[in-house]
Write a protein that binds this ligand. Structure first.
Ligand code: HEM
Length: 282
């Protein structure tokens, strides 16, 4: 499995490079800028998606989800100039930004397959997953409108947005050069638990919001279970996340610094220099 993710390059390498994932594409030195291009595009898309999620949330809290009653156009037009107000603008701009992110993700997936000889093997697959998620998200977005904000579709829309955003972040972070400490494996079980608890809590929050659970509970005792589960869910998600941060720091500081000469003195080890910032010449 790890061979698939980080295949051994020809000509030998060090353990740390293999762990960092750089080894797999450094050896096939076809286009040394490819990892940076993909990383930069994924990073920009992650930022655009973060903003898009903020606009989506604003659309929700402003009750603007049905401000454009049709889909994919808004009042049958590309730009509904006559109907424009704050609510219509939010919903319309959310769709516009989503299209930009969608086209950007098509470019990301296309570029990753085109440049795949110069990239770690997992890259085109993870970029394709991002493409799949954004297409699915677009379909869910359309359904939120045509199904009149059905709570399960709105919650799935939120859940897919989080998955898509995390996929872009993963591509960005995995393509960064780093000097692995070899402690990541030990953090795996706790990090998986923390991720699942935080993701579950986010989805529960989506259900609370899309079913107006707080109002219903305060108004007539309905959906109090959903509300209470969301309140109680704060504890396991927070404890697991804080424990993960503490444990990761303890692990990092208890590890003696690695011998860098191990990497630099190996003449056959692939260079990482092109991924490092160029020092300024005065
Ligand atoms: C990459 C693409 C997209 C992302 C990341 C995204 C993200 C989000 C997020 C995070 C929310 C807030 C959800 C909540 O608070 O529960 C939202 C709301 C919304 N999104 Fe999207 N969205 C995308 C594409 C679309 C598309 C293509 C449409 C098409 C109409 C759409 C329609 C909506 C609507 C109507 C809401 C408001 C739902 C409500 O009022 O309950 N989204 N979006």
């Amino acid at each position: 499995m790890t061979e698939f993710l980080f295949p051994e390059p020809t000509g030998g390498t060090t353990q740390s490079l293999a762990r960092s994932g750089l080894a797999s594409f450094q050896s096939r030195d076809d286009d040394s800028t490819a990892p940076r291009q993909i990383q930069s595009l994924a990073q920009h898309l992650a930022l655009a998606t973060f903003i898009l999620m903020g606009i989506g949330s604003a659309t929700r809290v402003m009750n603007a989800g049905l401000a454009c009653p049709d889909w994919p156009l808004c009042y049958g037009q590309l730009i509904p100039t006559n109907q424009m107000n704050l609510q219509v603008f939010l919903e319309w701009f959310h769709r516009l930004d989503a299209s930009v992110v969608g086209f950007g993700t098509i470019a990301l997936a296309g570029l990753s397959w085109w440049k795949r000889p110069s990239l770690p093997r997992w890259t085109p697959w993870l970029c394709s997953l991002a493409l799949f998620l954004v297409v699915f998200q677009g379909i869910l977005g359309g359904l939120t409108v045509t199904q009149l904000l059905r709570f399960d579709i709105v919650t799935a829309h939120l859940g897919t947005a989080l998955l898509f955003f995390c996929t872009l972040l993963s591509i960005t972070i995995l393509l960064r050069p780093y000097d692995a400490l070899g402690t990541a494996q030990a953090l795996k079980p706790l990090s998986v638990l923390a991720v699942l608890l935080v993701y579950g809590q986010s989805l529960l929050g989506g259900v609370v919001a899309s079913r107006w659970a707080l109002h219903q509970c305060l108004g007539g005792e309905a959906l109090c279970q959903v509300m209470n589960s969301h309140i109680l869910g704060v504890f396991p998600a927070t404890i697991a996340s804080v424990a993960l941060v503490i444990w990761a720091n303890l692990k990092a500081f208890s590890k003696p610094p690695r011998d860098k000469s191990e990497v630099e003195e190996n003449p056959q080890a692939p260079s990482t220099k092109h991924l490092m910032p160029t020092p300024e010449v005065s």
